[in-house]
Ligand binder design. Structure first.
Ligand code: ZN
Length: 250
């Protein structure tokens, strides 16, 4: 059976039978791959420690009857600091959780892997108080790649400049001018600071984000709005995002 190399990020592991696991992966081309690692739960397993969530690995896989089968695994970056710290680990879990829901088998989106790797790298080293900004920036960027780029510069309904907008429509995916805001009674309130922050996060690289200065309340408002945006458009339960939200908004 022919094998092929695969660089991927481990998103999730699930037990399979007594000794095997199923590994859900985001491949470097942005496709989701599910593969079996046989014997991984035995103490003698050669690669148990390498196939953990948040790790980037180089694999050798071959096609099995139902799923791919992993025959070799080498670490590329373990992102081990993420596992040693509760705040970093809960933030990184949001990244893997959202990627698991938006990536699909056979659907190429090459920017997704780069975003994931850059986000995890930043989450490993950034000051802990900036983690909510990294999570929010990741949500905006991942949703944009998924076809839901929030519109923040002009009114999403009529296209006017909407300079004094205080409303955001989850459904339409952007800010509303005063007049359109009145026609969308369900829109979310949003401060100018929050709008400015989201615009900056959208344009910034993950390494630049740790240097952004903003108040805690604006940080949380931005996160809460983007979380609502994600849950509005992804029809699935996002356990890690729910958990993170409870922790960060306490
Ligand atoms: Zn308008």
């Amino acid at each position: 059976m022919p094998s092929y190399p695969l660089r991927a990020l481990v998103l999730k592991t699930t037990k399979l039978g007594e000794t095997d696991i199923i590994v859900t992966l985001l491949a470097a081309d942005g496709c989701q791959v599910r593969a079996v690692a046989k014997g991984m739960r035995k103490p003698t397993s050669r690669f148990a420690s390498r196939l953990q969530p948040f790790s980037v690995v180089d694999l050798l896989v071959h096609t099995g009857r139902n799923l791919e089968i992993i025959s070799e695994a080498e670490s590329v970056s373990t992102h081990s600091l993420l596992r040693e710290d509760f705040d970093r680990s809960t933030a990184a879990s949001v990244v893997c959780n959202v990627l698991e829901k938006i990536s699909l088998e056979g659907q190429v989106e090459e920017r997704l892997f780069g975003l994931a790797d850059a986000t995890l790298e930043a989450m490993e080293h950034a000051p802990v108080e900036t983690l909510p900004l990294l999570v929010t920036a990741f949500l905006i960027k991942a949703m944009s790649m998924h076809g839901y780029r929030p519109r923040l510069d002009t009114c999403v309904s009529c296209g006017c400049a909407a300079t004094d907008s205080r409303e955001f429509s989850l459904e339409a995916g952007g800010v509303l001018c005063d007049e359109c805001g009145r026609a969308h009674p369900g829109a979310q309130r949003m401060t100018q600071d929050c709008r400015d922050l989201l615009a900056v996060l959208m344009m910034s690289t993950m390494t630049d984000i740790a240097a952004i200065e903003t108040s805690r309340s604006t940080q949380l408002a931005g996160f809460t709005l983007m979380r609502s945006f994600v849950t509005h458009h992804l029809p699935t339960r996002l356990k890690a995002l729910d958990f993170y939200s409870r922790e960060v908004c306490r």
